[in-house]
Write a protein that binds this ligand. Structure first.
Ligand code: PEP
Length: 256
């Protein structure tokens, strides 16, 4: 009944020179065979400066690993110094872009309206947005994490029709679990991710809700991936720190 293909996405953040990125993606490809890559979709998200390098490194490889960007401009083109457009990313072969990561929400004041505009910019360029949502520790301790996260979901998807929504990947990343070594328990992750899927059914319909992939992110490692992936509504992981180690990330990709 669940036909969603698992997705493991490695967010390299602001790490790796283009030479190091070249080595890491080759080391990763070396560790994953054709069967594994047919079962699980594997994507890496380098810094902008390494996207071209990663494209070249895996171009023509029979075991294709996907790649994308960690952010995308909401603008199409023009006088936006420092921004990178969806068309530029699509032109390099990016098929994914992270949108609304908690680090961008926190350090670059990205709000739901901007995140929504970036989701639309990605879709307009046939790039799959990985829409990140999730609560901070204060919200978790107040017990309002489900409502908080669903409000971010509503904001990020605002104005999208069912066909567009189906092309989005959602990543639930509780901020208190990111880079802290404090993984949410599989039960904690399933609670919110299950609620996200129910909400998708309300916003659209059961078919759309059943088609959209929802990832968990926050201190995922090879040793905890299987437990997380065993939950019915969790379709993959967005991985930060552990994606910088080829063996560890390959272990996550081979979770079962
Ligand atoms: C992330 O930032 O998307 C993330 C999940 O980081 P980490 O795996 O390092 O917690």
């Amino acid at each position: 009944e669940n036909t969603r293909r698992p997705l493991m996405a490695g967010n390299w953040k602001m790490n790796l020179s283009h030479r190091e990125a070249n080595k890491l993606v080759q080391d990763l490809a070396f560790r994953l065979n054709e069967k594994q890559l047919a079962e699980v979709e594997v994507v890496v998200l380098p810094a902008f400066t390494s996207i071209r390098t990663v494209q070249s490194a895996i171009d023509g490889d029979k075991f294709l690993i996907g790649f994308g960007a960690q952010d995308i401009s909401q603008h199409t083109s023009g006088a936006y110094t420092g921004e990178v457009s969806g068309a530029m990313l699509a032109g390099l072969g990016c098929t994914y872009a992270v949108v609304g990561h908690s680090e961008r929400r926190a350090y670059h004041n990205e709000d739901d309206a901007l995140v929504n505009a970036k989701v639309k910019a990605a879709l307009a360029n046939a790039i799959t947005p990985i829409l990140c949502v999730g609560e901070g520790l204060d919200i978790r301790e107040a017990g309002t994490h489900v409502a908080y996260t669903l409000a971010q979901l509503d904001g990020g998807l605002a104005g999208l029709n069912a066909e567009q929504a189906k092309k989005v990947v959602i990543a639930y990343e509780p901020v208190w679990a990111i880079g802290t070594g404090k993984t949410a328990t599989p039960e904690d992750a399933q609670e919110v991710i299950g609620a996200i899927r129910v909400r998708l059914g309300e916003l659209y319909d059961a078919e759309v809700a059943g088609a959209i992939r929802i990832l968990y992110g926050g201190s995922v490692k090879a040793s905890n991936a299987a437990g997380i992936m065993a939950k019915p509504d969790i379709d993959g992981a967005l991985v930060g720190g552990a994606s910088l180690d080829a063996e560890e990330f390959a272990g996550i990709c081979r979770f079962n």
